[in-house]
Design a protein around this ligand. Structure first.
Ligand SMILES: Cc1cc2nc3c(=O)[nH]c(=O)nc-3n(C[C@H](O)[C@H](O)[C@H](O)COP(=O)(O)OP(=O)(O)OC[C@H]3O[C@@H](n4cnc5c(N)ncnc54)[C@H](O)[C@@H]3O)c2cc1C
Length: 495
């Protein structure tokens, strides 16, 4: 798997796995930005919390993000105003501002040294169509009370820009310094943290929830937060979101760039920021999970674009990770519609360091019974048919197509065609197998059926993982679960 610029640059403490049964008030599953900020808010509210992480803290998408905290969210104010009205757009903007400030507040209160810096953000449009879209977005953002304005030019960019909009407020930070630093603060304050502690089962037992870990230990809790990016197990939000993969590069550019957040209006768009050390981090080249011919090509597209626009003087790191886009574009943050003791935050699109931070604040209020004005608009129980129906139908028709078409797919008919450190779907008769040959030549044969809802996983040639195109379940090359919704690995099989 690729590793991010943040991972190169950070030392970390190791937390031991849970070895004995526990009871607590709140169990948080997942040690990314959502889990860690939820734990911090619960600590502030005096709640007893335990955080379990299946791998290492920050090893999920939060360690592979680009960590812009931008007021110009992916949900797009023009869409929010159109689908939900101006009042909701105002509340979304206020929620985003709250998250932008909260990261800074936590960073400075605990002196995490997470390089939090307020910076301006600019969108630029090049074509007539992009200008029309940016004008529409600007008008809606202003109606939502955001400080957004058209500015003359963005002289900082070495190419002509047709229209430029400046946004405030925004910030950038170092996600792993933030997560690792905050984990130590939590530990000192009595929050128990366990790594390599994967939850594989969760049941309601009397007046509490009981989670079972891979090693058989159990945790009983009054309330559970599934901070696993997409909630593990079966949830009604899964068919309401689509998984996408996005790519990022850390480089030193030949063209000096300012310390701004920058976005073009392409589809998929490019997103750019600087880090405190002057390194430029550029993201983009997104595609639907499992739908790339070769993921390496998307990374190459991003490199080519960067070289052409700014010139690459030094190449430092490249990586990719997954985001979840809801049909109505709004994140789902709140209580599970089917389990009153279970809460989650998901569907953040490309704004999950922002929404994950906000989720930490909102979920903590819901758990402690405090009234919160944002409860309704982000609730996973919301249903706005007109906002959701079109994209919901489109994404579920794609799921249905993948579900059927991938059953006839094969990358090879013989294991001899699987090279070292490579994976292929092999078809023999009516049976399909997911086959990985490790670097030593050992074969790992699995059923390619995703344990979540039965779609066929696809080999990701860049990350060397098995990715499910339907709801974004991901597995290591050797089949172990990596990312929700599945809570366990691919089933072993014999050829
Ligand atoms: C390339 C890229 C760039 C991005 N850039 C931005 C950006 O600039 N700004 C922004 O706001 N957002 C951005 N995002 C989105 C954002 O990074 C994510 O939405 C956010 O980090 C998700 O945080 P999380 O805590 O919910 O999930 P994660 O960070 O994925 O954490 C979930 C954790 O749960 C653990 N887990 C999973 N299953 C289990 C289990 N069964 N038991 C125990 N633990 C489990 C995982 O190991 C993982 O550590 C970007 C995303 C990508 C892919």
């Amino acid at each position: 798997m690729t590793s991010s610029y943040w991972e190169r640059d950070t030392s970390r403490k190791i937390y031991a796995p849970l070895q004995k049964d526990l009871e607590t008030e709140v169990l948080i599953v997942g040690g990314g930005i959502t889990g860690i900020v939820t734990a911090w808010n619960l600590m502030q509210a005096g709640k007893k919390a335990v955080l379990v992480e299946g791998d290492r803290l920050g090893s999920g998408v939060s360690g592979h993000t680009t960590a812009h905290l931008n007021i110009s969210v992916d949900a797009e104010y023009a869409r929010i105003v159109n689908d939900f009205g101006e009042e909701v757009a105002k509340q979304v903007a206020e929620a985003a501002s709250l998250a932008i400030e909260l990261v800074g507040k936590i960073d400075s209160a605990h002196q995490l040294g997470a390089h939090y810096q307020k910076v301006p953000a600019y969108d630029w449009a090049e074509t007539t169509q992009e200008i029309i879209e940016l004008q529409r977005e600007l008008k809606a953002a202003q109606a939502a009370g955001i400080r957004a304005e058209e500015v003359d030019d963005l002289n900082a960019l070495p190419f002509p820009t047709g229209m430029v909009v400046r946004w405030e407020p925004n910030a950038r930070f170092h996600p792993l310094k933030f997560i690792y630093g905050l984990a130590e603060v939590l530990l000192k304050a009595g929050v128990q943290i366990y790594e390599q502690s994967r939850v594989i089962d969760l049941t309601e037992e009397g007046d509490a929830m009981e989670a079972t870990l891979e090693n058989g230990t159990t945790i009983r809790a009054q309330q559970v937060v599934l901070a696993t990016h997409s909630p593990i197990f079966m949830h009604s939000v899964h068919p309401r979101m689509a998984p996408y993969r996005s790519y990022a590069l850390a480089v030193r550019t030949r063209q000096e760039l300012p310390d701004y957040l920058l976005y073009d209006m392409k589809d998929p768009y490019h997103y750019i920021r600087k880090e405190a050390d002057g390194v430029v981090i550029i993201g983009g080249a997104d595609h639907k999970t499992g739908h790339a011919e070769d993921e390496n090509d998307h990374l190459q597209q991003l490199k080519d674009w960067t070289e052409e626009r700014f010139g690459i003087a030094e190449y430092l790191a490249s990586w990719s990770a997954q985001v979840f886009e809801p049909a109505d574009r709004m994140p789902f943050i709140g209580r599970s519609p089917s389990q009153k003791r279970v809460f989650y935050g998901t569907g953040y699109s490309g704004d999950g360091t922002l929404w994950g931070t906000f989720a930490g604040y909102l979920l903590s209020d819901l758990i402690t019974g405090k009234e919160n004005k944002w409860e309704r608009i982000f609730s996973p129980s919301r249903l706005n048919i007109s906002a959701e129906a079109g994209d919901f139908l489109k994404m579920n028709m794609e799921v249905a197509k993948d579900f059927v078409a991938d059953r006839f797919q094969s990358d090879a008919s013989d294991v001899k065609e699987v090279g070292l450190d490579d994976g292929k779907i092999i078809r023999q008769g009516v049976q399909q197998y997911a086959v990985y040959r490790d670097k030593q030549g050992g074969l790992h044969v699995m059923s390619p059926t995703c344990v979540h809802m039965g779609c066929v996983v696809q080999w990701n040639k860049l990350e060397k993982t098995w990715d499910c195109p339907c709801h974004g379940g991901r597995y290591k090359a050797t089949g172990e679960q990596l990312e929700g919704p599945p809570a366990h690995g691919l089933r072993k099989a014999d050829l």
